[in-house]
Design a protein around this ligand. Structure first.
Ligand SMILES: NC(=O)c1ccc[n+]([C@@H]2O[C@H](COP(=O)([O-])OP(=O)(O)OC[C@H]3O[C@@H](n4cnc5c(N)ncnc54)[C@H](OP(=O)(O)O)[C@@H]3O)[C@@H](O)[C@H]2O)c1
Length: 271
């Protein structure tokens, strides 16, 4: 099978590339850091396609999908994984910051999908599907996280698109799967801190997963397409309960997610 993976230079995307390549998939590896992608391609035997891509640029998303199909002749799974977070109270997030995070996390996802769907429609089905769109969203898609409000909003928007598209594209034999990891040990926290004056949230007794565990769950969702992949299944019930009991969820999250200096309004990041 052929997969395009955005955000393949680190974390979940890289772990997924390793897992899919081990199973014999041919990959188009996309991210901004070309040196990382080249190194990954070499580590995977060199038979994959490296396409340096900034998903915040629509033309680059279109070029990524076009080059992958021209090179491999088809596209079975488009994995929209590239993304980042920033630590800010919602009222302290500037318009520019909000636009930038939506441009990468949401519009980047959408621009890759828009380029891929017409090509998938023309493919012969394999195993009952002409193609699959996999969107790496988050557990926060179903319950916004304090101080990650802008990020949570992009993940919720990704989920809404996935839910709608899943039904729209089913008759055309194109599967849509959203993925909802919990906190995962990747570069995500470092990138967020670097964009947030070095601040990190302190979360109490947080369960975390490895990128490899998340990648394994995604691979299962590719082998047998399903609506949603929850790599840590108990959170699925947790967010269901949070929907039923929002006041309780507020109290739990207020105690669990603490940011030093939050609410004091002393610096720009936390204002
Ligand atoms: N880690 C977590 O706790 C967690 C939990 C739930 C969901 N997720 C989601 O999982 C996905 C992957 O995150 P991760 O945890 O693996 O973080 P990561 O280690 O920081 O990896 C993020 C990847 O996205 C790429 N990326 C970021 N902005 C991009 C852009 N504008 N254009 C192209 N590529 C871009 C990065 O590559 P370059 O910098 O080289 O471009 C990198 O390969 C994200 O969508 C994130 O929201 C993460």
């Amino acid at each position: 099978m052929v997969a395009v993976i955005t955000g393949a230079s680190a974390g979940i995307g890289r772990a997924l590339a390793e897992a899919l390549a081990a199973g014999g998939a041919r990959l188009a590896l996309a991210a901004r850091r070309a040196d990382r992608l080249d190194a990954l391609n070499r580590a995977l035997g060199g038979g994959h396609l490296v396409v340096p891509t900034d998903v915040a640029d629509r033309g680059q998303c279109e070029s990524l999908v076009g080059r992958a199909v021209a090179h491999f002749g088809r596209l079975d799974s488009l994995v929209c994984n590239a993304g980042y977070g920033i630590l800010r109270p919602v009222a302290g997030t500037s318009a520019e910051e909000m636009q930038a995070i939506f441009q990468a996390n949401l519009f980047g996802t959408l621009d890759c999908i828009r380029a891929a769907i017409p090509l998938m429609r023309r493919q012969e089905p394999r195993g009952g599907w002409r193609g699959q769109v996999v969107i790496v969203s988050s557990v926060v898609a179903r319950r916004g996280l304090p101080y990650f409000g802008a990020y949570s909003a992009t993940k919720a928007a990704q989920l809404s698109l996935a839910e709608a598209m899943r039904i729209e594209l089913r008759p055309e034999q194109i599967a849509v799967t959203s993925v909802h990891p919990i906190g995962t040990d990747t570069e995500f926290g470092d990138v967020s801190a670097s964009l947030s004056a070095g601040r990190r949230p302190t979360t109490h007794s947080e369960i975390r997963q490895s990128a490899r565990d998340v990648a394994r769950a995604i691979v299962r969702g590719i082998e047998r397409p399903r609506p949603e992949v929850w790599p840590f299944r108990p959170t699925r019930w947790g967010v269901g309960l949070a929907t039923l009991l929002p006041s309780l969820a507020d109290r739990v999250l207020a105690k669990r997610v603490i940011v030093d200096g939050a609410g004091e309004g002393r610096d720009r990041v936390m204002e």
